[in-house]
Design a binder for this molecule. Sequence first.
Ligand code: PEP
Ligand code: MG
Length: 760
Amino acid sequence: MDSKTPMLEVLRRIILEVNGARNLDAALSTMVRRIRKAMRTDVCSFYLFDTQLDRLVLMETIGLRTQAVGHVSLPVGEGLVGLVAQREEPLNLEDARAHPFFRYFETTGEERYSSFLGVPIIHQRRMLGVLVVQQSDKRRFDEADEAFLVTMAAQLAGVLAHALATGSLTRPSLPGGQATFTGVAASPGMAIGEAVVIAPPADLDSVPDLIPTDEEYEIARLKEAIGRVRDEIRAAGERLANRISAQELALFDVYQQMLGEAALSQEVVKRIREGQWAPGALADVVRRHVQYLERVNDDYLRERAADVRDLGRRVLAHLQEDTASTPAVYPDHTVLVSDEISVAMLGEVPRDKLAGIVSVRGSSTSHVAIVARAMGIPTVLGMVDLPLPRLNGARLVLDGHRGRLFVRPSPDIESHYEGLIEEERALAELLEHEQDLPSRTPDGHDVPLLVNTGLAVDAMASLKSRIGGVGLYRTEVPFMITERFPGEQEQTKLYREQLEGFAPLPVVMRTLDIGGDKDLPYFPIEEANPFLGWRGIRVTLDHPEVLMVQLRAMLRASQGLDNLRILLPMITNVDEVDDALRLLERAIRELGEDGVEVARPKVGVMLEVPATLYQLDALAERVDFFSVGSNDLTQYLLAVDRNNPRVADLYDACHPAVLSAMARLAREATALEMPISVCGELAADPAGALLLMGMGFDALSMNAPSLPKVRAAIRRVSQTSAQALVDEVLTESSPVGVRRRLEGRMHEWELSHLLPPKDA
Ligand code: PEP
Ligand code: MG
């Protein structure tokens, strides 16, 4: 290793360069050169595992003969490179030629090199290639060298997986930019539409330093970007002219001046001439100005620092070319694509135009997935390899059952999906016929079906005759789309709409459950482990002013209706229940003092923290009902972050441990004579619902679009068969085994059509 620069610093620089490269070829070429330099060695090469050829192909080298690139290849298990790929372990040899696996390729000229260090490149358990350094004199690469190369390979893995997925590496096999991606199936259904990419705000701090290959080109694109920002600012100023004060309007002139020829732009041009590419030069200049402005002792100038940063970001956004901002008009079949989709973003697209949702982050029980399911929008999250900038405007086929996305699909794929979408529509129509019939098993057992809400009531009101009530109203959803905490009156109005809309059916309103992955833009919670942190009741008990307003609003809204139930989320300790109940009593008293007489509503707790499993009797003494949050219970029992796509495969409510916990909850609550229902996503899965029915839960609450399939399942399977199914699956020791059993039985009962479609 180059001993003067710390390894981390070298790594950081290489990674920035690789990520900032224009295309994969440039990235690979930069990388092998930098590694060779950093390790002071003679050769650095990269071999890609080509799955079609089933061979490792030399794709890039510095040190070996360039004629060999693309020509030299070897199967896994042959030669030293093949051995590294086969064992998926580093191989460090002082005298490579003495190794029995050594193979010599004349075209490479590698006979001169005796030392060899090769490391595999692995992404999500898949071997993608091998990275090799070689040296002519006998050199034992030391531990630091090996650690460095292993780290480089791990970094390269992500970049490569990305390139492979987009087809930018597997040359002719995917013509026309077609590509397929796999993520986490988050909301069922399929859609064909056009990608609208919502770009994250440009980040000046993550711009890498790169030497420009063509200064004039860099200057030209800088000027173009600045010109566009000036136009935008002019247009914004004109739009706001009548709505803001003259003083505020004057700011737009200040911006124009800042962007003018004499100021920022000239400095950036100078920096480009000194040897920085346009984004890097812009970031440098902006950083310098911001630092200066932040230091001066003048409020006005300090505020200008934020303006300079904002202008810098806007220019950068244009320099980063393909990033699109929110379109003025959404296409008819919009598939919203972003790094992370927020509930607020969903609200921006007219519902009748929103065909699907795709995001790099998130998983199946992320809250955006829950909202998407409630809205019935096919969704795939956790698309970690998605090349966002190149997707805008692309035609997409989205498969929310299997978590697939086809970019610029072939006509075959498109027509195949058209067929599937049609089948799904026909099934919905078929199920519609029995939706006004009771959710009663053939042996006469009633399983009330409730809905989870959070969005406006209007969409749900039509369901009133088909359901037993609202099993979970997630109050945080309306809180997420406002710009501040809604006031008592505002909340009262909101809750009144819900309560009135469903009266006389009961409506279970959950107190604010923020934290975890549910952030309010105006109340950010920054934590290392948000799901184990300040969440749900923990937040609201620490902020009694927020909880009191909410409780009072709920109570006020319930006046004369008598259908309010209150549910407490994230309960871990009985003290939390006692404290919340005290606040509720106080709210009732305060309203009474104001002349508003309300009855004390029934109160329940969510069973979602495993600790509650062991304190059911103490909880039962305090409350009137239990509601199992299987989403969180699964996450906490399995220690799997429900929001993390990397571990999405491990998150499964059909894990035998989760199911046996659920069965136990149903049994013990029944013994305690406490009503118990389930409001997690397991209840929305027809097979899951049958299991829960067999376990003895009193009611199931789910997103509205799932009602038809769950009702159809319940109407065809007797309670006794469901009980037998529970006994049967509880003998299984793995989630796969459970799923297999469930599928087998569903097939036997001729209910396969209610399960998510399998791969074609
Ligand atoms: C749950 O945890 O299962 C639940 C219903 O609540 P949420 O998904 O909102 O956390
Ligand atoms: Mg929960």
